[in-house]
Design a protein around this ligand. Structure first.
Ligand code: NDP
Length: 247
């Protein structure tokens, strides 16, 4: 992680689960980390778990990634205060049980706004900062197994719009790779697709399906640290991490 020493990383959804684990690992690897979430107090609490000499390296900012105004305001603040963004971890996401044919469309709209538009809003802001400063940055997208196949978790699937939102991330990752290359940058892009991770996002129907096979948030963070630590000519484009025993 030598090349990222003292560089600025933004982690969305740093208030719990995978985002918290990534924020911690990045701070411990020598980066200045800006953790974003709506429950900003949770990120403040995370600072207390860091060694005394490291906890000033985690900055908590409130941001709702599903809201363009909130993202623009937050990223402008980050850029003016810390000079720019070198690494973006698009991790914030949400999932709610329900069937596509019956679920309240406003709830599904919120999932799409967060999981898809939120990623686009944050990536546009980070890309602009990387390009203006001619930085060979890295954009990571926390995808899902659900971004590659629609899982048959139960008799009537309860995933609704979540798999389409993550399939969009698979396509966005490839689009970004082509655009970054076509625009003459060396910015890397990585999609990481976890199987079942034991975090707050999991509704009961997935917990049952997992049948006791869970990854921990730290397992996904290790994968992200690996992708970030590769030499400049190596790009980990897609990574799938499943717990042993998962279907
Ligand atoms: P958590 O519920 O622990 O974390 C979700 C994070 O997203 C929270 O920090 C939450 O913060 C944040 N978030 C949600 N909505 C918004 C929003 N509108 N604006 C800002 N932040 C938001 O779950 P995970 O750690 O598991 O989830 C992280 C990512 O991993 C998600 O993208 C998820 O889809 C993906 N994933 C998870 C899997 C699993 O089995 N756990 C499997 C595959 C993928 P706050 O509520 O404070 O705003």
């Amino acid at each position: 992680m030598e090349r990222w020493q003292n560089k600025v990383a933004v982690v969305t959804g740093a208030s719990s689960g995978i985002g918290s684990a990534v924020a911690k690992d990045l701070v411990n690897s020598g980066l200045l980390v800006i953790g974003l979430a709506r429950r900003v107090q949770r990120i403040e609490e995370l600072k207390n778990q860091l060694p005394d000499d490291k906890n000033s390296q985690l900055v908590a900012l409130k941001c709702d990634v599903s809201n363009l105004e909130s993202v623009n305001e937050t990223f402008d603040k980050i850029i003016s205060k810390f000079g720019g963004i070198d690494v973006l971890i698009n991790n914030a996401g949400c999932l709610k049980g329900g069937q596509l044919v019956t679920m309240d469309v406003n709830e599904m709209q919120q999932i799409l706004q967060t999981n898809v538009m939120g990623v686009i809003y944050c990536t546009q802001k980070a890309f602009k900062s990387m390009k203006e400063r001619k930085v060979d940055g890295h954009v990571v997208l926390v995808n899902s197994i659900a971004g590659h196949k629609v899982l048959a978790c139960s008799e009537v699937p309860e995933f609704n719009i979540y798999p389409p939102s993550k399939f969009a991330i698979t396509a966005i990752t490839e689009l970004l790779r082509q655009e970054f290359r076509g625009l003459g940058t060396k910015i890397k892009v990585t999609s990481i697709s976890p199987g079942t991770v034991d975090t707050e996002i999991l509704p009961d129907f997935i917990r049952k399906y997992a049948n006791g096979c869970f990854l921990q948030a730290e397992d996904i963070s290790s994968g992200i640290m690996y992708a970030l630590s590769t030499p400049p000519h190596v790009q980990i484009h897609e990574m799938i991490i499943k717990p042993v025993g998962e279907m």
